[in-house]
Write a protein that binds this ligand. Structure first.
Ligand code: NDP
Ligand SMILES: N[C@@H](CC=O)C(=O)O
Ligand code: NA
Length: 442
């Protein structure tokens, strides 16, 4: 029997993810010792409520509400509590007491990542965060290490499991938004406050992290254009399906040339978009995620798998734990954050994309001409027009608008499209603008 020296592991959080991390760590203790060359000793699990039910059967004596003391004696601290504070303070305490840190906290990394990386660099500690983006899917290590010798040009993907679960249920089963959200929450996919998922804050945090790694540039969270999925109605999903598309919440991060200066910049944005039903992303169901990476030498790469869930996310956390423990045993410097490129982050107004604009119109002569005129006036080239019946949803006090017009555009500048849409809304023949969705994944 090989005697291994202990690596002391403190776990902050015993919820959806934390309880599964603890369960797997205890179940596979011997196996992990062989992989690491040291025994991983779980010294405790910090929680708020010692009496709360857990998703795994864990020794009661491991639980504590005294996180600070737990951190003090640890070689590695795993933070799966969520939120900004006290998670930030606990991680700084861990780093400054010489521990390496594993975290799944994308909100914290996207908000205070620079401070945490600088603190880690100062003391030679390591910060691992594979679970922070796309759950079980290895995407952080590929961007941080495997593709460190390449030039990443574009990332496009589904990085939030909760909203993919909702949109997928709406598309495949005609489920209501609220029912699908309730189930996703019940299954443990959603954040403690699901508005983080639904209003795309979670996806934006992940886009900020992915873009910072891919483009070696700090991408502040506030520079990520963010649109959630609340406005996606069953009707929008139905019209998209009829047109051969599916609605997905996408994160798009790319290098591009600023049309105003001709200089290279980067963009990071998250929004609901139309994806052709033939595109691989259309086949990403339930809470799965998928990320396409385009790199100069490697070409197109696709990463796919579980984006959320306790055991699935615990897999990514434990992968980082084994890496941290191995480094702890053999010593040596960790991986810093490389942000030397310092590329400017371009606003959404500088982006050109194809659009589908769906209008609810009164079916009378000249509607099409007046709508087409507005697109022409604002320099937006129309690629397709489809007229359909919307059903006679009565508008009180006047004849019901009974037709839909779906106008597909060629690539247009965001600012030109926005000007067109606000002009369309003023037309007498237009009852309402039902949706404006970008088309991605050409
Ligand atoms: N759920 C998922 O699928 C994924 C989650 N993540 C991230 O992982 C982290 C954890 O998520 P998840 O497990 O779902 O969250 P949960 O809400 O299920 O669990 C949070 C845990 O942290 C504990 N906790 C919260 N605040 C404190 C505090 N101040 N002091 C001590 N303990 C505290 C809670 O204690 P108590 O139980 O007593 O209330 C609970 O055990 C988040 O950052 C999340 O964004 C990342 C990828 C996927
Ligand atoms: N709430 C998040 C959890 C994983 O990051 C999601 O739904 O993706
Ligand atoms: Na991941």
């Amino acid at each position: 029997m090989i005697e291994y020296r202990n690596v002391r592991v403190a776990l902050l959080g015993g919820g959806t993810v934390g309880a599964q991390v603890a369960r797997l760590l205890l179940e596979h203790k011997e196996e992990f010792a062989s992989r690491v060359g040291a025994s991983l000793e779980l010294t405790g699990i910090a929680v708020r409520n010692l009496d709360a039910a857990r998703s795994a059967d864990l020794p009661k004596e491991l639980f504590t509400t005294d996180a600070e003391s737990l951190i003090l004696g640890a070689d590695i601290v795993i933070e799966v509590m969520g939120g900004l504070e006290p998670a930030r303070s606990y991680i700084l305490q861990a780093i400054n007491s010489g521990a390496d840190v594993v975290t799944a906290n994308k909100a914290l990394l996207a908000t205070h990542g620079t401070e945490l990386f600088e603190a880690a660099e100062r003391v030679g500690a390591q910060l691992y965060f594979e679970a922070a983006v796309a759950g079980a899917i290895p995407i952080i290590r590929p961007l941080r290490e495997s593709l460190a010798g390449d030039r990443v040009k574009r990332i496009m993907g589904i990085v939030n499991g909760t909203t993919n679960y909702i949109l997928d249920k709406m598309d495949t089963e005609g489920a209501s938004f609220d029912d699908a959200l309730a189930v996703a929450t019940e299954l443990g996919y959603a954040e403690a406050d699901p508005t983080a998922d639904v209003d795309a804050f979670d996806a934006a945090q992940k886009a900020s992290i992915l873009a910072s790694l891919a483009f070696h540039t700090t991408i502040p969270l506030e520079s990520v254009h963010r649109e959630g999925i609340r406005a996606i109605s069953g009707k929008t999903v139905e019209l998209a399906k009829k047109a051969g598309y599916v609605v997905k919440l996408l994160a798009v991060c790319e290098r591009l040339t600023d049309p105003a200066t001709g200089e290279e910049g980067v963009s990071a944005r998250v929004y609901p978009a139309l994806i052709s039903r033939e595109h691989p992303l259309a086949a990403v169901h339930k809470a799965n995620n998928a990320v396409f990476v385009e790199a100069e030498a490697a070409g197109s790469l696709m990463f796919y798998g579980a984006g959320a869930g306790g055991p699935e996310t615990a897999s990514a956390v434990l992968g980082d734990l084994v890496s941290a423990a191995r480094r702890h045993v053999i010593g040596g410097p960790g991986l810093g954050a490389s942000t030397h490129a310092n590329l400017p982050v371009l606003p959404i107004s500088a982006i050109t994309t194809r659009y589908h604009v769906t209008l609810l119109v009164f079916d009378r002569p000249g509607v099409l001409a007046s709508v087409a005129e507005e697109f022409a006036k604002h320099g937006v080239s129309v690629e397709l027009v489809e007229q359909g019946t919307f059903g006679s949803e009565a508008v009180s006090g006047e004849a019901a608008p009974t037709a839909t017009l779906v106008i597909g555009t060629h690539a247009a500048l965001e600012s030109d499209l926005a000007a067109t849409v606000s002009a369309l809304a003023q037309l007498d023949a237009v009852s309402s603008v039902v949706s404006v969705l970008r088309v991605e994944g050409a």
